[in-house]
Structures are given as structure tokens and as C-alpha cells.
Design a protein around this ligand. Structure first.
Ligand code: ADP
Length: 259
């Protein structure tokens, strides 16, 4: 008698999605969402079919950063139709809540929301899905890496020790989950004065580069702290599109080409 064996419960591929890349950070406020948005837009500019899943359920920033507003439709009550912004297919928890409304959920609800956003959203055919994770090493990170085949993680950190300490923990978690680390990005690496162009290392300089070397992972980019990056994000058009000829846009495009 041939008993039907249950299917293996390993991480699954999402149909139609070529590669899944997580953008992670140890701490909040280091610019992870800004980097995720700019990478997604830069990849789209390179002609790749790109999706961005804003899995930062506690603080979804992508609706604002990509200027994507509205509630995704669900004509059949099951499949969710994502929004489009700057050539990127976008889904965010922020589309389901009012701005300013908190998501007050325990782990299991977060886990099922993440699975829904992965599997019930009609992503179409994508070359790359960028997942903007919440900061830290919590339920969302664990569910993502356990349930889905993640091709790699990009770790964003600012150069100061407190941020690096947590970034290191993030890298350790991904390593435990057998997710390849594609590299680190140093954000707010140096401050460039928009008046005079003077450069200042507000959070120190080179910390991420040294950490990446120590951990044996590539340093993908050093992105300056620049007023235009913040203004562009707040205005709903990432700097890669808002100022395509700027050095910061070039830095994001370089990373996108390497992914
Ligand atoms: P996180 O996702 O890590 O919490 P965000 O991407 O939301 O961080 O960034 C926090 C704030 O810092 C946002 O207002 C964003 O526009 C700003 N910001 C991020 N990176 C830069 C940068 N390189 N230059 C200027 N402002 C930045």
C-alpha cells in the first residue's frame, strides 16, 4: 500500500518570481526602506521586471516613498491586485491600513499576512522581488526565510557602532537560516552639505566597510546622507528617478546592476 507522503515543508519558490531579495537592517531609521525603494526603481530602470513587497508591517513606508496610494482591488475576493509605481509592482501593508493607524498584531497574524502578501498577490511574472523587511530579527524575518526560497539578503547599516552591532545580529540570523548575504550597504556614510558641498562624517566613516571585510561579505555601496535623498523619498519619487544624473542615483544603479 502506497501511503501518500506529505510534501516536504522546506522553503518554497513563489510561482512567477525569478529571485527574491530581502533588504534588512538591525535597527530602524538607518534608511532600509529608502534603499529598498531606490534599488527597486533602479532595477526597473535597468529593464528588469521588479516587485517590491513592503513587509515592514509595523512601519510601512513604501506607499509614501513610492507615491503609491490606494487600496489594492480583489475582484475574486482571493487574489489581490498590487499597485504600480515608477515601473515597480508594489504591495504594502500600508495599503490595507489608514496612514497613522497602528498594526497591533501578534506573531501568527503577522506570519499569515506575510504569506498572503507573497502568495495571494498577483505579482505577474517578475525577475526580482525586493522585500523590505522590518528592522531586527523577528517573526517576519523568520517566516520569510523559513517558508520562502530567498536568494539573498542585502544588509543596510549606518557606520556607527550601535547600528553595526545590530546589523551583525541580522547577518548571523540570515546565516543560521542559510540565506546568502549578498552584501552590506553603508547608508548616511558621509554628509554632503547641499549648500557648499562640504563633506562631514556625521556617523563616522568606513564602519560598514570594515565590518563587511571582517564578516567576509561584499560592501555594495556607500550612500551619502543627502538632503535630496530625503526630499525625494518624502515626495514619493525616489532619488534614482527624481535626480537620475546625481552621484547617489548612479550608486544605486551600480548596486542594481550587480544584483
Ligand atoms: P528605515 O527603513 O531603516 O527605518 P527609512 O528608509 O525610513 O529608514 O529612512 C528614515 C529617514 O531617513 C527617512 O526620512 C529617509 O528619507 C531618510 N533617509 C534615509 N537615507 C537617507 C540618506 N542617505 N540621505 C538623507 N536622508 C535619508
Amino acid at each position: 500500500l502506497k501511503a501518500k507522503r506529505p510534501a516536504p515543508q522546506g522553503p518554497q519558490k513563489v510561482p512567477g518570481i525569478g529571485h527574491i531579495i530581502a533588504v534588512a537592517s538591525g535597527k530602524g531609521g538607518v534608511g532600509k526602506s529608502t534603499i529598498a525603494a531606490n534599488l527597486a526603481v533602479a532595477l526597473a530602470a535597468e529593464g528588469r521586471r521588479v516587485g517590491l513587497l513592503d513587509a515592514d508591517v509595523y512601519g510601512p513606508s513604501q506607499p509614501r516613498m513610492l507615491g503609491a496610494k490606494g487600496r489594492p482591488a480583489s475582484p475574486d475576493g482571493k487574489t489581490i491586485l498590487p499597485l504600480q509605481a515608477h515601473g515597480v509592482t508594489v504591495m504594502s501593508m500600508g495599503f490595507m491600513t489608514e496612514e497613522g493607524q497602528a498594526v497591533v498584531w501578534r506573531g501568527p497574524m503577522l506570519m499569515s499576512a506575510l504569506q498572503q502578501m507573497m502568495l495571494q498577490v498577483d505579482w505577474g511574472e517578475l525577475d526580482i522581488l525586493i522585500v523590505d523587511l522590518p528592522p531586527g530579527t523577528g517573526d517576519v524575518q523568520l517566516t520569510l526565510t523559513q517558508k520562502f526560497a530567498i536568494d539573498g539578503a542585502v544588509i543596510v547599516s549606518t557606520p556607527q557602532d550601535v547600528a553595526l552591532l545590530d546589523a551583525r545580529k541580522g547577518i548571523d540570523m540570515f546565516r543560521q537560516m542559510k540565506t546568502p548575504i549578498l552584501g552590506m550597504i553603508e547608508n548616511m556614510s558621509t554628509h554632503i552639505c547641499s549648500n557648499c558641498g562640504h563633506e562631514e562624517h556625521v556617523f563616522g566613516h568606513g564602519g560598514v566597510s570594515a565590518e563587511a571585510a571582517k564578516l567576509g561579505v561584499p560592501l555594495l555601496a556607500e550612500i551619502p546622507l543627502h538632503l535630496e535623498i530625503r526630499l525625494a523619498s518624502d515626495g514619493g519619487t525616489p532619488v534614482v528617478t527624481a535626480q537620475p544624473d546625481s552621484p547617489q542615483a548612479a550608486a544605486f544603479r551600480k548596486v542594481a546592476r550587480a544584483l
